[in-house]
Design a protein around this ligand. Structure first.
Ligand code: AMP
Length: 550
């Protein structure tokens, strides 16, 4: 086959550079607002590729990033994959032990790190997992005070040629990588080939996906370390959209300002972000007139949110997906024959996880191994497959056996499908808690709590929470005769040494016995049913415990 005919990312960059050279990329950084055009972007992508090549980065090497959403991070999105290397985005909110494991497992050769995240990284780099890292590059024009032997990004790329002799990369070449936190054990790596990211971009660009065009101003609020910000940097480039990157830990005020000043038409993030923006807009005079669509995903979109944005003339597109899927799987578009339906019907459809995007297939398998009927009532586990869905984890054969079958990914989400084909998540078969869009492993917390001498049994469940969607609560059976207050204090202290603040349970409830299933396993379902309304814990989540506030 002649070179350049494979499904790869580089033609998206080529198109934006040639067709939309004057379209802007705007970035909020710790050094202020920066803006330039796709033409300049293309030059800097080449400079970065040259700098990486000079460092000795070759085809197949992994380029790690430990960064928020900004233009420099975006430059690595095209530079690394287009030279045949692999962009590996790392979630800085994870416990230090996970970060060490991930960098070692991926064998990152170079690490790009934000100035505001240096402190989080510094202690980890002493571990042997970081030995193969050749260079630390700080995403700024100058390196702030740090123990790391690092170079600034601007110094790193300075003086390098603004042209690069791009190789013809194969579509099977891994282009990206992101780790996902599972129920047990270490995080699992998902590799995205060039073809997967190409397919995901085309699926997103379809009218039934999250299309982005040259009259759009696209602002990904979902972190770029979380599945490539849902692929938006690639989709927006392919569509020739103006792009706005909101930088490190943006507040609702920052987001409102960017929407107003840059004329954002399309933005995306988890429900927690939009709840914050809604509250801010209710208290302040914010002009949302440019905004056309808000993508809500990662956790379920509440109906009240869909209605509120609707009242402002903004369409909410509720999306579902997974790290393993690059990640968009379904979007709750309204089918055309529902346009004249009652408002309540429309809101109901839009609040479901929606219609599978073109290119993917799904089936729903019940406890008896049979496919369910599409009647909105029968439920089972959702299985998916398609060109943007992975068929294996990186170097984890035991996890592959559990999560994949005959090319299908078993999502661990329990769903119904209505007669119109809308998916609705009704339960989660995997034992994890999603708080503000990021995972907390209940099993890890349980193991740590049970390591305390005063604890006979412990289990951790996610309880519904208005702002964070879910928060962890621990249920503890104390050893007989022990002082509960002391146990609570010691357990919480122990957990705070091991885990980031936002992982800590909002409450520790002492109970006489953990409910058990017929086979003697902890029955979290019984506990969840008992505490499902979340009332008992409402308002107790510490404000500072949020992943996006870190
Ligand atoms: P991640 O791999 O971190 O992106 O998380 C994927 C998981 O998040 C899915 O398997 C679901 O459990 C959950 N999830 C993603 N989007 C939604 C949504 N719109 N509603 C409910 N849960 C969601």
């Amino acid at each position: 086959m002649p070179g350049g005919t494979d499904m790869t990312l580089r033609p998206f960059l080529w198109r934006a550079e040639r067709l939309y050279p004057d379209t802007e990329i705007v970035s909020r950084t710790s050094e202020g607002i920066e803006r330039y055009t796709y033409a300049e972007y293309g030059d800097r992508v080449c400079q970065l590729a040259n700098a990486l090549a000079d460092l000795g980065i070759e085809e197949g090497d992994r380029v790690g990033t430990f960064c928020w959403n900004h233009h420099r991070h975006f430059e690595s999105y095209f530079a690394a994959p287009s030279m045949g290397a692999q962009l590996h985005t790392i979630n800085p909110l994870l416990p230090a032990e996970h970060i060490q494991y991930i960098v070692g497992n991926a064998e990152d050769k170079v690490l790009f790190v934000d100035p505001s995240l240096l402190e989080a990284l510094e202690p980890a780099v002493q571990s042997p997992e970081f030995d193969q890292v050749k260079r630390y590059v700080v995403m700024a024009s100058e390196v702030p005070e740090t123990d790391l032997d690092a170079v600034s990004y601007e110094a790193f790329i300075e003086g390098h040629d603004t042209e690069f002799d791009w190789p013809d990369v194969s579509q099977d070449q891994p282009a990206g990588m992101c780790y996902t936190s599972g129920t047990t054990g270490k995080p699992k790596g998902v590799e995205y080939t060039q073809q997967m990211l190409w397919a995901h971009t085309m699926e997103s660009l379809s009218p039934q996906g999250i299309p982005m065009a040259d009259d759009d101003v696209v602002m990904p609020v979902v972190p770029m370390f979380h599945v490539n910000a849902w692929g938006m940097p690639f989709t927006a480039t392919a569509g020739g959209s103006k792009q706005v990157y909101p930088g490190p830990s943006p507040t609702p005020e920052d987001l409102a300002k960017l929407i107003e000043e840059e004329g954002v038409t399309l933005t995306a993030g988890v429900p927690t972000v939009w709840l914050g923006l809604m509250d801010y807009c209710k208290e302040n005079d914010v002009d949302l007139s440019a905004l056309e669509r808000v993508i809500v995903g990662g956790s379920a979109a509440p109906k009240s949110m869909i209605r509120w944005f609707n009242d402002q003339g903004v369409e909410v597109l509720h999306a579902w997906g997974m790290t393993e899927m690059s990640p968009i799987g379904s979007v709750a578009h309204l089918k055309s024959d529902l346009e004249d339906a009652d408002d309540s019907v429309k809101v109901d459809k839009r609040s479901k996880q929606g219609l599978m995007v073109p290119g993917l297939e799904f089936r729903v398998i019940d406890d008896d191994g049979e496919e369910i009927d599409w009647n909105g009532e029968d439920f089972g586990e959702l299985w998916v497959r398609g060109p943007s869905v992975t068929t294996e984890y990186f170097a984890r054969p035991e996890a592959n056996e559990e999560d994949f079958e005959d090319g299908w990914l078993k999502t661990g989400d329990v769903v119904t499908v209505d007669a119109d084909g809308y998916l609705k998540i009704v339960d989660r078969a995997k034992d994890v808690i999603k708080s503000g869009g990021e995972w907390i492993s209940s099993v890890e917390l349980e193991n740590s709590i049970m390591a305390h001498d005063g604890v006979a049994e412990a289990t951790v469940i996610g309880v519904p929470h208005e702002k964070w969607q879910e928060r962890p609560v621990a249920f503890v059976v104390p050893v007989e005769g022990i002082d509960e207050a002391t146990v609570e204090e010691e357990v919480m202290e122990m957990l705070s040494e091991e885990y980031p603040k936002w992982w800590l349970p909002d409450d520790l409830v002492f109970i006489a016995e953990v409910p058990k299933t017929a086979t003697g396993k902890f029955s979290k379902k019984d506990l969840r049913d008992e505490y499902a309304d979340g009332d008992m814990f409402e308002g107790q989540a510490p404000e500072e415990a949020a992943p996006d506030d870190d």
